[in-house]
Design a binder for this molecule. Structure first.
Ligand code: NOJ
Length: 727
């Protein structure tokens, strides 16, 4: 409603007065709303259509719409979002409904929109928060041009289970890396002010424990205590909240018998009350309705009652709130204050996003097609995600590599290189490895898709060096893509064995959304590079790394186990009562038929040079109160190529109130070293880094020894002992 001056009629609709503080605007609007209108603000639909849904929108019955291809959206394609449709639907809401409350449009913009970056697990391998922030800002702008105002990322589920396909969307297994990178993504998507039209609201998900799904089966039950949640799984969520994330998504799993969508203790008491999160808790897809399938509510009415008590504010697609909340309030089963709290949060978000000021998204002439600039960030991100895990000197490929065979299903399949969440990415825009290496090596390279393994063998025999592109298709990772065997897909290992038998240099490039069992590949190939699913610049990035124009510098954000049977393996395994020493536990282990050390430890990643680490040294052996001590470690490039080294700091708390991880990542520093150069890398160490939750679930720091460990990965560490004196 506008007055005759063309300005918003702030007398009739005081909430439209943009000069008022957000909370006051929310108060004004809430005062004008009926209970039915309030309930409607807790209702999110999928794929709203301006014609089909016009009546519902004008009746003020829809708060938000996500655009998704289905319940497991990541692995299915849709037609894309049309800003024209979004604006047409918005017009019904803003100009056609009684209160004119704009609709909030969301979409899973996970690792890029049109410019597709590496999958999140690949981005995590960069250990580079600034890079992730830059990528997120590009994705936000591109998605905003299509009318998207809200993305459901970052996923910060601690991920230590490679059978679980969803690890592809995670930031790895450690709370410190996940938390810092999640905060960077939140900053990148939301910017300093989420009302900026080039930014989106972001969403930390899935709250909480989703990564612990039994057996790695997506959505499965979770048995975990609050102490482990606090010491591990809740931490990256807290980092995202501290970074200002505006929304959090509840997870599909239960925690110790209570479905997360009904978990009052964790959502209302911990996230909202204890942490002071004042944003929106959104359900996952039909998550409220699924409480019925979980056998904890008889019907959607009861599920709605549980979820609103738990603190879920916005119902994604189940319509349980829309259908039942009003009546639940009228019958006295739900206090209206609970509904008010949910609605207040949704409206607060809409005001914060500036939706009342600029509800329409169409911008004349705006394009979101990938540009040379956005592609160059994607290329850098792909470089940073490539992890060299073995090199017997065959890489980088020089003149002496002779005639090169580049073979495998990924050579020219743009779509397969994009990764799991690519609703708006276009396979035909991907620069493929085949094109990149043809361009760079000319007649020296034979490019083949390897459809006929017998032909591949003949080609490998004729070549001097074979580069095999192995691994899993993007659709084998992501949501609902759990596997019982983390080996390579059928047939690939046989090919590796046969090609290796020629005894000529063999390079394996591994495309994957999860840690795979690479044991035999590592034994047989002369060099192995894990490249995840790298996105739109897959080809040039690979060529740069293989040919040595760029030094490989990614580091593994998850442990690669020796075999499927060794799962779970992660850095934060805790000591047992029998084998309590990290070295014994990890090398000899607890199986009688195998050793148990990780095949590739967390943090592993080689360079084309060699790097030596000195012993860690402390500026002071005792850390008192709030002071800090400096830990220094000398890192020397002992080879003949430059490198970018990720110097890692871990710790172990040998005596605590509860069992603590054998080693836990605490910090890292990135240094660039020219050949022969040495640097003293400094870490500022403070007692709060060793805080943990004790048996009473309160945060604490203990007096006594802390072992600090430095090195290039979680399995190659040297230690020094620090004494903590809290007062
Ligand atoms: C289900 C997924 O678990 C969640 O991560 C995603 O954001 C929603 N679907 C919406 O597509």
């Amino acid at each position: 409603m506008t007055s005759h001056t063309g300005r918003p009629d702030t007398d009739a609709r005081p909430w439209l007065d943009a000069s008022l503080p957000v909370e006051q605007r929310v108060d004004h609007l809430m005062a004008a709303m009926t209970l039915a209108e309030k309930v409607a603000q807790t209702h999110q639909v999928a794929n709203i259509h301006p014609d089909d849904d016009a009546e519902q929108i004008r009746a003020g019955r829809i708060s938000s719409s996500l655009y998704a291809s289905g319940a497991t959206a990541g692995n299915e394609r849709d037609e894309g979002v049309l800003v024209g449709n979004i604006d047409a639907a918005q017009r019904h809401a803003v100009e056609g409904s009684r209160l004119g409350i704009p609709i909030l449009f969301g979409r899973d913009v996970i690792h890029g929109h049109r410019t597709v970056f590496p999958i999140p697990l690949g981005l995590a391998a960069s250990f580079d928060p600034e890079l992730l922030e830059e990528a997120a800002a590009i994705a936000a702008r591109e998605a905003a041009v299509d009318g998207v105002a809200w993305t459901f990322t970052p996923m910060v589920d601690i991920s230590e289970e490679p059978r679980w396909g969803r690890v592809a969307e995670s930031l790895g297994e450690t709370p410190v890396l996940s938390g810092r990178l999640a905060a960077a993504l939140v900053r990148g998507f939301q910017g300093p002010d989420p009302s900026d039209r080039d930014r989106l609201a972001s969403c930390a998900k899935h709250f909480v424990g989703y990564g612990l799904a039994a057996g790695g089966r997506d959505y499965d039950t979770v048995s975990v205590g609050e102490n482990t949640l606090r010491n591990l799984h809740l931490r990256p969520f807290k980092d995202a909240v501290d970074a200002g994330v505006t929304t959090v998504m509840a997870s599909f799993n239960d925690v110790d018998g209570t479905p997360m969508h009904a978990h009052e203790r964790l959502i209302r008491e911990v996230l909202k009350d204890e942490w002071g999160f004042d944003g929106v808790v959104v359900a996952d897809w039909n998550g409220i309705g699924q409480i019925v399938f979980q056998g904890v509510a008889a019907d959607r009415r009861e599920a709605a009652k549980l979820a609103i008590h738990a603190g879920v504010d916005l119902d994604m697609v189940s319509a349980s709130y829309l259908d039942h909340l009003e009546e639940l309030v009228e019958s006295g089963e739900v206090d209206v204050a609970l509904v008010d709290d949910a609605v207040r949060r949704v409206l607060r978000l809409k005001f914060r996003l500036g939706l009342f000021e600029h509800p329409y998204a169409t911008r004349e002439g705006a394009s979101n097609a990938p540009t040379p600039q956005t592609r160059s960030v994607a290329r850098r991100a792909a470089h940073a995600s490539h992890v060299l895990v073995k090199n017997d000197g065959v890489l980088p490929l020089g003149e002496d590599a002779g005639r090169v065979l580049l073979s495998g299903p990924f050579v020219d399949d743009g779509d397969a290189l994009l990764g799991t969440w690519v609703l708006d990415g276009r396979g035909e825009e991907v620069a493929t490895p085949g094109d990149a290496l043809r361009e760079r090596l000319g007649h020296r390279v034979t490019v083949a898709d390897g459809r006929f393994p017998d032909v591949t063998l003949m080609q490998a025999r004729a070549a001097d060096t074979s580069v095999l592109l192995l691994g899993e298709h993007r659709s084998r990772s992501g949501e609902a893509q759990s596997v019982v065997d983390i080996g390579l897909p059928p047939g690939q290992l046989e090919l590796v064995r046969a090609v290796a038998a020629y005894g000529k240099p063999l390079v394996a490039v591994v495309y994957t959304g999860r840690p795979l069992d690479l044991s035999e590949v590592l034994d047989l190939a002369d060099a192995v590079v894990v490249v995840w699913h790298p996105g739109i610049e897959a080809g040039p990035a690979l060529a740069d790394v293989l040919l040595g124009d760029v030094e490989p510098y990614g580091r593994l954000p998850m442990t690669f186990p020796l075999s499927t049977g060794h799962i779970p393996t992660s850095t934060h395994q805790r000591p047992t009562g029998r084998l309590i020493r990290a070295d014994v536990d990890r090398k000899e282990g607890r199986y009688i038929d195998a050793l148990t050390y990780p095949r590739l430890p967390f943090g592993r990643g080689l360079s084309y040079t060699t790097v030596e680490y000195g012993e860690p040294k402390l500026s002071d052996a005792t850390l008192v109160g709030d002071d800090s001590v400096a830990l220094s470690v000398t890192v020397t490039n002992t080879g003949d190529r430059p490198c970018r080294e990720v110097v890692q700091l871990y710790f172990r708390d040998p005596v605590a109130q509860v069992t603590r991880p054998l080693v836990e990542l605490s910090d890292w520093a990135v240094v660039e070293l020219e050949p022969g150069a040495a640097r003293d890398v400094l870490f500022d160490v403070r007692a709060e880094q060793f805080a943990y939750y004790g048996r009473d679930l309160a945060a604490r720091v203990d007096d006594g020894a802390i072992e600090l460990l430095t090195g290039p990965d979680a399995a190659s560490l040297q230690s020094v002992t620090l004494t903590i004196q809290t007062a």
